[in-house]
Design a protein. Structure first.
Length: 323
C-alpha cells in the first residue's frame, strides 16, 4: 500500500512537471517567434526607407539634369555675364527675335506669320466640319424613312404591337423618336452659311498676308517690304471692317467644334445624329416583336412559321423577307 501511494505521488509529480515543461517550451517558442517577427519588421522598415531614399535621389537627379539641360539651352540662346546673369535686352529665344532689328524695326514678323498659318489651318477645319454637318442635315431627311415605313406597317403607324403587346412601349417609343429625327438632327447639327462666307473671306485675307510675307523673303530679306505688311489687327474682312480675321476665325472654329462634339454627334443627346442612328438600329432589331403571322398554322415546339407558311427552325416569332 505504501509502495502504491509512493508511485501515485511520483506520477502526479511527473505529470505536473511535464505540464510545466510544455508551457516553458511553448513560451520559449513564442518568444523566439516574436523576436523573429520584430527583426523582420525592422529589416522591412529599413529596406523601405532605403528604397524611398533611392527613389527620391533618382527623382532629384532627373530634376537636376533637366534644370542643367534648360540652363545649357538658355546659355546658348542668350549672352551671359560671368556672374551668370543675362545681359539686359537679350533675354529672348531665337524664334522670337525680330527680323529687321538692325533697321530699327522691333516688330515680331515671325510670330505674326505663325499666327496666320494657324488661322489658315483653323479655317480649313471649320470648313470640313461645316460641310460634314450639312451632309448630316441633308441625309437625316431620307435616311430613316425606310425604317419608319417598315415599323409603321408592323405597329399600325405606332398605335399597337399585335405580335407582342408587352414590347409595345419599347418599340413604339423608339419608333416615335425616329420619326422626329428629320427635325431634330438639323437643330443639333445647326450651321450658318453666312458665317461660312465670312470665314472664306477671312481665309483669303490671311493667305494674302502669308504670300506677301514670302515675297519679302525672296532674294534676301527686304525690310522695306516687311514694313508694308499689315498688322494682325489690320487683317479685316473687306465687307465688314469690324471683323478682325485672326480672332474671328479662332473663335468661330472653336464654336463649331463645340457644336459638333457636344450636340451633333453626342450619342446621349436625344435627337442628335448619333442618337438617331442608334435608335434606327435598335428599332430594326426589335420590330419583329410586333409582327403578327397571318396564316395561323400551329408549329411544333422548336419551330416557327416561315415566309411561305411552312414550319422552320429559324429564330424569331415570324421571320419575314423584309427583316
Amino acid at each position: 500500500k505504501a509502495k502504491a501511494n509512493k508511485n501515485r505521488k511520483r506520477k502526479r509529480k511527473n505529470k505536473k512537471n511535464k505540464g510545466k515543461l510544455k508551457k516553458k517550451v511553448k513560451a520559449k517558442k513564442n518568444k523566439a517567434k516574436a523576436n523573429k517577427n520584430r527583426k523582420r519588421k525592422r529589416k522591412n522598415k529599413k529596406n523601405k526607407g532605403k528604397l524611398k531614399k533611392k527613389v527620391k535621389a533618382k527623382k532629384n537627379k532627373a530634376k537636376a539634369n533637366k534644370n542643367k539641360k534648360g540652363l545649357s539651352k538658355y546659355k546658348k540662346t542668350n549672352k551671359i555675364h560671368k556672374n551668370g546673369q543675362a545681359k539686359k535686352g537679350l533675354n529672348r529665344n531665337r524664334n522670337s527675335r525680330t527680323l529687321c532689328q538692325k533697321e530699327g524695326d522691333n516688330r515680331n514678323y515671325l510670330d505674326d506669320f505663325k499666327k496666320c498659318q494657324a488661322g489658315v489651318t483653323q479655317a480649313k477645319r471649320y470648313n470640313i466640319r461645316h460641310n460634314t454637318m450639312k451632309k448630316k442635315q441633308k441625309s437625316s431627311k431620307t435616311k430613316f424613312v425606310p425604317t419608319i415605313e417598315l415599323v409603321g406597317k408592323f405597329t399600325d403607324q405606332g398605335t399597337t404591337c399585335p405580335g407582342n403587346e408587352s414590347a409595345k412601349d419599347e418599340v413604339i417609343g423608339k419608333y416615335n423618336l425616329l420619326q422626329n429625327c428629320n427635325k431634330t438632327v438639323p437643330v443639333q447639327c445647326k450651321i450658318d452659311d453666312k458665317e461660312k462666307e465670312k470665314i472664306d473671306g477671312c481665309d483669303k485675307e490671311i493667305k494674302k498676308f502669308i504670300d506677301d510675307f514670302s515675297k519679302c523673303q525672296r532674294g534676301g530679306l527686304n525690310c522695306t517690304c516687311m514694313k508694308n505688311l499689315p498688322k494682325l489687327d489690320e487683317i479685316v474682312l473687306p465687307s465688314d471692317s469690324s471683323i478682325k480675321c485672326i480672332a474671328f476665325v479662332t473663335k468661330t472654329e472653336r464654336a463649331i467644334a463645340n457644336q459638333w462634339n457636344s450636340k451633333c454627334i453626342n450619342a446621349s443627346l436625344t435627337g442628335s445624329i448619333a442618337n438617331c442612328n442608334s435608335k434606327n438600329l435598335d428599332v430594326l432589331l426589335e420590330a419583329h416583336k410586333c409582327k403578327k403571322c397571318s396564316s395561323g398554322i400551329d408549329c411544333p415546339d422548336g419551330f416557327t412559321e416561315g415566309i411561305n407558311g411552312e414550319c422552320v427552325t429559324t429564330a424569331g416569332p415570324c421571320p419575314h423577307a423584309e427583316i
